[in-house]
Design a protein around this ligand. Sequence first.
Ligand SMILES: Nc1nc2c(ncn2[C@@H]2O[C@H](COP(=O)(O)OP(=O)(O)OP(=O)(O)O)[C@@H](O)[C@H]2O)c(=O)[nH]1
Ligand SMILES: [Mg+2]
Length: 478
Amino acid sequence: MGKSTLFNRLTQSRRSIVGDEPGITRDRIYGEYDWDGRRFRLVDTGGIVPDDPELIPTEIYNQARVALEEAAALVLVVDVRTELASPDYDLVKLLLRGTKPVFLAVNKVEGEAMSLAAENFRRLGLREVYPISAEHGLGIGDLLDAIAEAIPLQKDAQEPEAEPVPETDDERAEEDEISEGGPVEPGVEDETHRKVHRTHGEFEQHETSVAIIGRPNVGKSTLLNALTGTARAIVSPIAGTTRDAVDEVVEFEGNQLRFVDTAGIRRKGKTHLMAEKLSVVMARRHLEAADVALLMIDATEGVTASDATIGGYAHESGRSVIIVVNKWDAVTTGRKDGKPPADREIFERQLRAVLKYLSYAPVIFLSALERTGLGKVMREVKELAAERRKRVTTGQMNRFLERVDFQRAPVPMSKRVRIFYMTQAAVAPPTFVLFTDRDVKLHFAFERFLENQIRDAFGFKGTPIWFKVKARNEKKEE
Ligand SMILES: Nc1nc2c(ncn2[C@@H]2O[C@H](COP(=O)(O)OP(=O)(O)OP(=O)(O)O)[C@@H](O)[C@H]2O)c(=O)[nH]1
Ligand SMILES: [Mg+2]
């Protein structure tokens, strides 16, 4: 009966794919599902679009709009047992203002009486009304059929990258939720990605784009201001502003670094949760255009579930990551609660335990407010930008493979593959193609082993490393 039951049900089937990386994010907003031979990306914006009519026309909606813009279709989910109130009508009006098809899913419809109750919701003025039970899986096929029909088929839709799955059952917050379904367009994403990096390869003098991402109030704007030495980033936003990002370019040792910050989100009371979710949506958006991400953590709060969610998306995006622990002053020199000063090693150990998948990311402790540790950020950004574009030649790779003792990989015999050879197929992030004897997915432990060996030999500091497997003979095996 949870708010995200529908989201979880739809994306559940992909859980096995994520099984390799347990707990990568806890509070998922993005997921995918397959229907009718097509793959759809699902965004759970519940709690992002406010149901409080006072808030809708504010800058919060301007930012939530970003999430809505990405979508090809919108699904408004209501609980059949609730009374319609004016915010519902306002929300519908708002959704219909766009050109996207809007579907109404009336949830928790189980049985004849409730089917009748569901008809009441036609009063909202939406033509597409679907009674469903997310919990029991009723009526969902019809809804998905209708959505699939409303979204035109994308040309060149190839097999996209699988995307992990939601974990939580988000019970907090509002009655209504909105989800968006849109077809996955891997071609488009790959294309922009490629274009950016082709540019980087071609010109010596390139710009490095750095996304400053993190939860509300961690100090993103303070850091941007400190790094750029200006006051351009707004620390508290002006109501009604349509901007969703603030960026500033600085020169550093001959490199152009473009820092991108998310415009702040007003939070008070109930909007707090919304701000948290929006920070995830904005982080994901900014990651798209970035080379390097500064994942900011608030030292006074420790690592939270939202940090883990944002970190998970950063990892999956293939961007290089620097973990920035901010407000270090407040837990050391400026500590006011009488406790002993925090210890870097202990803090880092705890942080690494939660953000396991970001093991390659360097950690910097700093104070944006007191402007300490800023030079280190600049130097790391510069170094990481170069590392992610590094290329290993096939000759180097062959010599490397000869040296690696694969017997040492902690992998059961049945899961082992023989690598005939390996080449680096792409940079940013470095992507290796393995030509193997069997067409199987690499065992997690084997992949980890290989990745560590590659890092020992070639570096690739701060960037994830991706692998693709190609069986030399076409025979399929399990
Ligand atoms: N003690 C301490 N406070 C800091 C530091 N950096 C930021 N702050 C304070 O944290 C609060 C939030 O800072 P912002 O820079 O607005 O945070 P933000 O991440 O941009 O917040 P949103 O844009 O609203 O998501 C402000 O009161 C800052 O003064 C720091 O290094 N130390
Ligand atoms: Mg800010």
